[in-house]
Design a protein around this ligand. Structure first.
Ligand code: ZN
Length: 288
C-alpha cells in the first residue's frame, strides 16, 4: 500500500513535469475509462483538460525506480464540464478498476481535498486560514489555531469462540449493511478510550458478549470519509448474544464452512475473516 510513496507538502523547486492529478468534483474522482479499466490523468497541468481547479495540493512523490511519479490533488466546482472520454466516479467503484497503489493514493487525495475545502476558514474565529509549508496543516493568522486533516480512528475485530464442534467467528449485520451482508463488528473510538477499551466496549454494546486476549492485527485507511480502521482479534470470554436493536439486525457464530455473504476482499474486514478461515480450516485458497 503506497509502496515507495513519500508524502510532501510542496513540490520540488521549479517542478514542471507531468504528474498524476487526482481531480475531484465533490468526492468523485476524474478518470479515463478504457476497456473497463480506469486510468488517471498524467499531465503537467489540469489546464490541458480545460480544467480550472478551485484549489490544489501537492501530495508527494513515488521513488520506485521503475515507476516514479509526482502526484497532486485538486477540486473543481460542481458546474465543471467533464472532459471528453473521461468521467467522475465514486472511489468505491474504482477500487477494482484502478491500479492498487493509485487506489490508496486516491483515498489519501480525497481526504486532503475534503480537508482543504472544509478549512478555508477558522472554526474558532472565522478568520481565513493559510496553508503551512512545513507540515500538512493550516494556520489561522488571527487566533493562531492550527488545523490538521481529520482522521477518525475506528476499531474492527474478529471475535473467535472455541466450541466442541470447532471454532466459530462472531459475524453480524447492522441496519446499514447491504441486504444479506454480514461482517465483523466495528465502531468508532471515543475520546479518552484506548483502542483495546474501544474493542471490548463495541462488542459488549452491540452483542452483550464479553471478550479477552485482544490482540492487534493490522490497520487500513478507509476514506469514507476519514476513518483509520484498526483491526484486532479477540477470544470469547462469556455471555449470550443480545442484540442492540437500534444498531444491529442480526448476529451469530459461524464456522469457516458455513459463512454468510461477507465484505469484498479489499477491506480489512475481509482480511480478518480470511484469517479466521485459514486458521481453522487449513484452507490456503483465501488470500490475506
Ligand atoms: Zn482563528
Amino acid at each position: 500500500m503506497n509502496k515507495g510513496f513519500v508524502s510532501a507538502i510542496t513540490p520540488p523547486a521549479h517542478f514542471s513535469g507531468a504528474a498524476y492529478w487526482f481531480i475531484f468534483k465533490g468526492s468523485r474522482l476524474l478518470v479515463y475509462m478504457d476497456d473497463g479499466q480506469a486510468r488517471l490523468p498524467f499531465l503537467p497541468d489540469p489546464a490541458e483538460l480545460a480544467l480550472m481547479p478551485l484549489r490544489q495540493q501537492y501530495l508527494g512523490y513515488c521513488t520506485d525506480p521503475d515507476n516514479g511519479f509526482h502526484a497532486f490533488c485538486a477540486e473543481v466546482d460542481a458546474e465543471t464540464a467533464v472532459p471528453q472520454g473521461m468521467a467522475f466516479h465514486r472511489l468505491r467503484r474504482l477500487f477494482s478498476l484502478l491500479d492498487e497503489q493509485l487506489v490508496w493514493l486516491a483515498g489519501r487525495a480525497v481526504q486532503i481535498v475534503d480537508w482543504d475545502r472544509a478549512t478555508q476558514f477558522c472554526g474558532q474565529c472565522g478568520g481565513r486560514t493559510e496553508n503551512q509549508t512545513h507540515e500538512r496543516a493550516k494556520k489561522c493568522p488571527q487566533c493562531g489555531r492550527t488545523i490538521y486533516p481529520r482522521i477518525s480512528p475506528a476499531v474492527i475485530m474478529a471475535v473467535e469462540k472455541s466450541e466442541p464442534d470447532g471454532n466459530k467467528l462472531l459475524l453480524a449485520r447492522s441496519h446499514r449493511h447491504p441486504p444479506g451482508l454480514y461482517s465483523v463488528l466495528a465502531g468508532f473510538v471515543e475520546p479518552g478510550e484506548t483502542l483495546e477499551t474501544a474493542v471490548a466496549r463495541e462488542v459488549r454494546e452491540e452483542t452483550s458478549v464479553e471478550i479477552k486476549n485482544i490482540r492487534y492485527f493490522g490497520s487500513q485507511p478507509w476514506p469514507f470519509p476519514d476513518s483509520l480502521m484498526v483491526a484486532f482479534t479477540a477470544e470469547y470470554a462469556g455471555g449470550e448474544i443480545v442484540l442492540e436493536e437500534a444498531e444491529m439486525e442480526d448476529a451469530g457464530w459461524y464456522t469457516p464452512d458455513n459463512l454468510p455473504q461477507i465484505p469484498p476482499s479489499i477491506s480489512i474486514a475481509s482480511r480478518l475473516i480470511n484469517w479466521f478461515v485459514q486458521k481453522n480450516s487449513g484452507a490456503d485458497g483465501a488470500k490475506a
